[in-house]
Design a protein around this ligand. Sequence first.
Ligand code: DGJ
Length: 736
Amino acid sequence: MNSTVTEQLIDFNEKQRVFHLHNNLISYIFSIEKGGFLSHLYFGKRVRNYHGQLKNPQRDRGFSDNLPGTQDRTYSLDFLLQEYSSQGDGDFRKPAAVIRQANGSQSTFFVYRAHTISSGKPKLEGLPAAYVLDGSEAQTLTVTLEDELSHVELELMYTIYRDRPVIARSVKLTNKGTTTINIEKLASLQLDLPADRKQVISLPGAHMNERHLERENVNFGVKSFSSRRGTTSHQMNNFIALCDPNTDEFTGDVYGFSLVYSGNHKEEVEKDPYGAIRILVGINDEQFDWQVKSKQSFQTPEVLLTYSDNGFNGLSHTLHKLLRERVARGKFQYALRPILVNNWEATFMDFNEDKLKPLVAEAKQLGLEMFVLDDGWFGHRDDDRSSLGDWQVFQKKFPAGLKRFADYVHTNHLKFGLWFEPEMISIDSELYRQHPDYMLQVPGRQPSPSRDQYVLDIGREAVRENIHDQISQLLDSCPIDYIKWDMNRHLTDIYSKALPAERQGETFHRYVLGLYKLLEELTTEYPNILFEGCSGGGGRFDAGLLYYMPQSWTSDNTDAVARMQIQYGTSLAYPVSSMAAHVSVSPNQQTGRTTSLQTRGAVAMSGVFGYELDLTQLTVAEKTVVKKQVSLYKKIRPIIQYGTFIRLLDPSKGNHCAWMFVATDKSVAVVFSFKLLAEAQPDFKRLKLAGLDPQKDYQNTTSGEIFGGDELMNTGFYESIQPGDFNSQMYYFKLV
Ligand code: DGJ
């Protein structure tokens, strides 16, 4: 054992053969058991010391087989809480690893060989991951397991942060044998918990309806949440949480599992015959088959494992801070994000330079800070059937090139942002005419269109280089401050012309690795450009993309009422600084619903704020409201984007929605409260706040009333009753 660190966050008790990872907030304990198998003992609130009393009980259970070569009928991997399981090791639950060996066998027994404890946190080659600023911030335990027969080695990596209730976990496989093996499944994390009544929270959805909070009991059998769409997907986010039945926003235990990855994923929750619970999180094993030659390795993505005993808001605080402070990077990590206007819902693709200029001028008048030119500026794109892959300006729309327009935007003292969809190709494009083989396509079969577009094989170097060079030529010739990186379909026709038959099962993951490579290059080469992720709205909203792009378009649904649900759910796992939210026209283009400009503003101001409508069409009265919203947002922006976000009332549970933002020093609180439908006999609704200093007094700056922080949090206050549907109220409290 190589222990290099003095102030230990990780102990290994030689006598008990027990690892204890701890900080002031959490403890994570596991042991090396008979036969060298790792057994999970505890994850939760900090315990000072583990005295060895908590052994996993043993028993002769029927039909649970025992270790090869032993006669102990009470010891079986089938009910041991394992730290990392594999196929064929006698554990009949879902395995973490399935390794196919040269002789076709899938059976492996991974047993302890060695471990190291080191300061800091290693980088994961080619993958996004949480990082540390200096080595003292975290310690990493690497436990090496080996399958004796195949000589496949697994390194289980656990990084515990000193000041956060977080353990980052991943697995690296190395083939130390002489023959080639195939990984059929390699989860990033396994967590086995003792029998208990638990509930699981997931974030399912659909295009224009992303990340709704879904809570259900963990019942016997296996429940899996997954995407096989090549990306994180709108349909199922790669975050789950496990909680107690009585956990609520403020109290109770909850574990969070956040996969730092942007491709196919699977989160499995299994309740075994004896009530114990297994969680597996990682790359989806379906359509995954990765060949590892002798001496080669494979690194899984990372899972951020978090624990809170302060309910869901506690969990969110940990994740918001972690993703903001140790996953997002670059110049814009803590920067106040510009208030933008995007021309998409204003013009769609029907625009040219002359038509856009009044929008720019109006944006300046209203105090906005950035103009974003969306889809339709390149190739010969007048509709969504052409030009993806041709990242040269459309002469018809910009006769003097894009630079003249960018300069116009800049002379109006606005930043200039541009939309790209770099991973896609249209059949009607120069790129396709020159390189038809760049597309993902099964030989001999017509590929399936989606929005009339196809997917580039971005895992291939030549394809990446082509796209990279086109984008950088444009960025070098035109001053651009922001890029919206869109992706408007999911992956089908999974076949890469660059891979041999036996490696086709690698295509999905190679796509993601290629995307990360391209993003790493472009974000490094253009550090002054703010990148925003997008995938038909929030189809790729995940911790992996956040490593490259600190914000993402939350949903193509800009209806304020629908957005309450979407933003409420998204905030469970992602910080407000990552959630772009825009005011659009009413009646809303996606739902047909009519809402007031005030309510649309309040919902959008609860994220990274902007507008997405034709500003020139606003009435004088509306322009006055917009000006007020813009100047208000400028005032509250630091608290909204970087303060503490607290959910108060879930819109899916009643007629109200409320959330609030508190400055880090608790000196200011901004509260948004929404009523959905009008009622003839409404409740007298008392709103209770949270996160304030109970010892200090706060003033409502509109009414002048003074409240104790303890009063606001315990007695609360009655809200005034507003007539009509979809009302909003905002309160600004500051320390007296
Ligand atoms: C989907 C995005 O989510 C929209 O905001 C817009 O950029 C369109 N794509 C453009 O095609």
